[in-house]
Design a binder for this molecule. Structure first.
Ligand SMILES: [Zn+2]
Length: 100
């Protein structure tokens, strides 16, 4: 890996197992005039098929949006149920979808 400050080579000065599937490495720039140090993290990426479809940032954004949508739907369903309760309507009779 190249130094993020000067572009010279870096060397690993320390490697630590951070979690079961995460390794962190302390790296130092080999350019004596620079000497910049950083910590890098090595981890398992999502399945290769996901990476081929979209850049990882887009995958993360899509997952976050999906999660937000599911939470929103759940909140709306709860609000609907609360409204039905407030109106004294038994929701089992108000739902046509399940045929009951
Ligand atoms: Zn450097």
């Amino acid at each position: 890996m190249k130094c993020v400050k000067c572009g010279s080579e870096t060397r690993v000065i320390e490697t630590r197992q951070h979690a079961a599937a995460v390794i962190r490495r302390r790296r130092a720039c080999t350019n004596a005039a620079c000497g910049h140090r950083v910590t890098t993290e090595e981890t398992v990426l999502p399945a290769a098929s996901l990476l081929r479809q979209k850049p990882i940032g887009e995958v993360a954004l899509a997952l976050a949006e999906k999660r937000r949508q599911v939470q929103l739907d759940a909140r709306r369903a709860n609000e609907d149920r609360a409204l039905l309760r407030d109106l004294g309507i038994d929701e089992d009779y108000g739902d046509d979808d399940d045929g009951r």
